[in-house]
Write a protein that binds this ligand. Structure first.
Ligand SMILES: NC(=O)c1ccc[n+]([C@@H]2O[C@H](COP(=O)([O-])OP(=O)(O)OC[C@H]3O[C@@H](n4cnc5c(N)ncnc54)[C@H](O)[C@@H]3O)[C@@H](O)[C@H]2O)c1
Ligand SMILES: O=C(O)CC[C@@H](O)C(=O)O
Length: 408
């Protein structure tokens, strides 16, 4: 499947899930006006129909870009996840179709860390249950089961961008911080890396900050919850597939755990109109939030600018810096030249065939960039504008070509 470059007003953006206005402003400021903006996510036939004409798709965590959806997206150049998680996109399939996927790896991390700190204090003081009682006429004025955060141990599972910031904030409250990660990590402050078993045995509060991967699916089931200290608290603002909700409900029912704060769920409503149902709704000592760990005005505004810029940059000059599934190239401007972009299967002979085209046509390559992953190769060549369209035709015929386009 090959593509030509288009005038900017013909390049179609489909933005879903109410991404921040800053995304629209950023795209428009760069000349991209052909934008369909929807507040909700889409699925099934509706999504398949909408993606047909889209050159760029922007989404958050709800929209599932599966292999089947990608098969309908014949014009698709790139996908922007206006969030951190990219598990909602079939990254391998997108890569093999020559579609880079971008995200915003940092912009909402502080928001999540702050929310977890707030929840830690509220749960250690047993506030959710006391507040629920007060709303229906109760008056639970007692210190029983209410604790300071100072001196308690916070166990962080997944010590990445969010986990590290959470650890630093928790230490300012006087908490002891321990963490478990599959990688060896530099501990910030006085934090200590421990095994998962040690963490579960020592932590008064356990907070999960791992990505959704095969290794984290159900990593917090009855076995792990039972290893937590009696009276401990569990917080999950990572992904809904990480915790077995029925096992958690069981531990709250038996009072093994004193409370929990859960922001993400195995099944989440598709929009604000759909009802949310969870066995955890039965417990007053649980804070349930609608996947809003990263939903602050600051975070969403920053994400809008960051991801929109990445999409516009890929469209304008081919740069793929920080793509999560694609060979990364950071490219200078191509003023005064045309730029040929060629995505191909990473198989023997492709580069040779490309070089052969230039040898035979005598067209000079002013600059050339090449990066590969195991699956695909991405080669970018700046050439004299007069020859670019002819060379593009020849590049499209190279065996192993996935996509090719030219930028004038
Ligand atoms: N609730 C929200 O609104 C919200 C907002 C932002 C991010 N998130 C979720 O939080 C996750 C973490 O975000 P981040 O920015 O800190 O990611 P990150 O990639 O910086 O850190 C994740 C850490 O988890 C570790 N890890 C991976 N698998 C593990 C395992 N099996 N056991 C222990 N550690 C493991 C990694 O080594 C890494 O250090 C994201 O992937 C996203 O799914 C949720
Ligand atoms: O905005 C969202 O829908 C997801 C937020 C969060 O889970 C993320 O991955 O950044």
């Amino acid at each position: 499947m090959a593509q030509y470059s288009l005038d900017k007003d013909k390049i179609r953006f489909l933005l879903l899930e109410g991404v921040h206005q800053s995304a629209l402003d950023t795209l428009k400021a760069q000349g991209y006006t052909n934008i369909e903006y929807l507040k909700t996510s889409l699925s099934g036939a509706e999504l398949a129909e909408k993606v047909k004409d889209a050159h760029f798709i922007g989404l958050r965590s709800r929209t599932q870009i599966t292999k089947d959806v990608l098969a309908h997206a014949e014009k698709l150049c790139a996908i922007g996840c206006f969030c951190i998680g990219t598990n909602q996109v079939d990254l391998g399939e997108a890569e093999s179709l020559g579609v880079p996927v971008f995200n915003a790896p940092f912009s909402n991390t502080r928001s999540v860390a702050e929310l977890v700190i707030g929840e830690t204090i509220m749960l250690l003081r047993n506030i959710p249950a006391k507040a629920a009682a007060a709303k229906v006429g109760g008056w639970d004025k007692s210190a029983n089961g209410s604790f300071e955060a100072r001196g308690k141990t916070l166990g962080i599972i997944g010590y990445g961008h969010i986990g590290t910031q959470l650890g630093v904030l928790a230490e300012t409250l006087g908490m002891n911080v321990i963490f478990y990660d599959i990688e060896s990590k530099l501990p910030l402050g006085n934090a200590r890396q421990v095994s998962q078993a040690e963490l579960l045995a020592q932590a008064d509060v356990v907070s999960l900050h791992v990505p959704e991967t095969p290794s984290t699916k159900n990593m917090f089931a009855a076995e792990q919850i039972n290893q937590m200290k009696a009276g401990a608290i569990l917080i999950n603002a990572s992904r809904g597939t990480v915790v077995d909700i029925d096992a958690l409900a069981g531990a709250l029912e038996s009072k093994h755990l004193a409370g929990a704060a859960i922001d993400v769920f195995p099944v989440e409503p598709k929009g604000n109109d759909e009802a949310f149902v969870s066995p955890l709704q039965a417990f007053d000592n649980v804070i349930l939030t609608p996947h809003i760990g990263g939903s602050t005005v600051e975070a969403q505004a920053n994400i809008g600018v960051e991801v929109a810029n990445k999409l516009a940059k890929y469209s304008d000059n081919g740069s793929t810096l920080s793509a999560v599934n694609f060979p990364e190239v950071s490219l200078p401007q191509h003023d005064g030249r045309s730029r040929l972009l060629h995505i191909h299967r990473n198989q023997p002979g492709v580069i040779n065939s490309i070089n052969q085209i230039f040898a035979e046509t005598g067209v000079n390559i002013a600059a050339q960039y090449l990066q590969t992953t195991q699956q695909i190769g991405y080669v970018v060549m700046d050439v004299d504008a007069a020859y670019a369209d002819d060379v593009l035709e020849k590049l499209k015929a190279v065996k192993g070509t996935v996509k090719a386009r030219v930028l004038h």
